[in-house]
Design a protein around this ligand. Structure first.
Ligand SMILES: [Zn+2]
Length: 161
């Protein structure tokens, strides 16, 4: 069932490959998430995650700021709409000490991404959690920046999920 939902979503956003068994996220992205969560505090921040699925590995390479309350970052956000075909996930912060998804998260934000990250206080690496489109926890691996072509050759071989 969830695959059908995901397929529909990703067809709309232009990503053809929706199935994945691993999630890799660049360290820089996590750093940005931490920084923006801290700046937004005590408010939430939310953004889209940019990346792609290659050989059933979901790579998350950047943040696309949709709306964000802190004025200092307006230049980064700009008025541009997200590049929809590169949106693979979402991230938002909880100004509490709880990084579990709310029911509103599962109904709303999570339906827009394959991998959905939540960070809560005190906004460290260890307080970042990821969930699939249904709100079930998923594992992720933090990687250094992907260097376009070369990195693709070193990725794990394809295995059944
Ligand atoms: Zn939430």
């Amino acid at each position: 069932m969830w695959k059908r939902v995901a397929r529909w979503l990703l067809k709309r956003s232009g990503v053809q490959e929706f199935d994945y068994h691993s999630v890799f996220i660049e360290r820089e992205v996590i750093h940005n998430v931490i920084e923006f969560a801290k700046k937004a505090h005590p408010n939430e921040f939310s953004a889209y995650l940019q990346g792609n699925v290659t050989n059933k590995v979901l790579y998350i390479k950047g943040i696309i700021y949709e709306h964000y309350s802190a004025t200092e970052s307006q230049a980064i956000i700009s008025a541009d709409l997200p590049i929809l075909h590169e949106v693979v996930g979402t991230v938002h912060s909880h100004p509490s000490f709880n990084n579990l998804p709310s029911s509103a998260d599962k109904r709303g934000l999570f339906t827009m991404g394959l991998a959905n990250f939540i960070i809560c206080q005190p906004y460290t690496f260890h307080r970042v959690a990821a969930y699939n489109i249904l709100g079930k926890p998923i594992d992720f691996t933090v990687i250094e920046r992907v260097k376009a072509d070369k990195s693709l050759k070193t990725e794990p071989s394809q295995k059944p999920a």
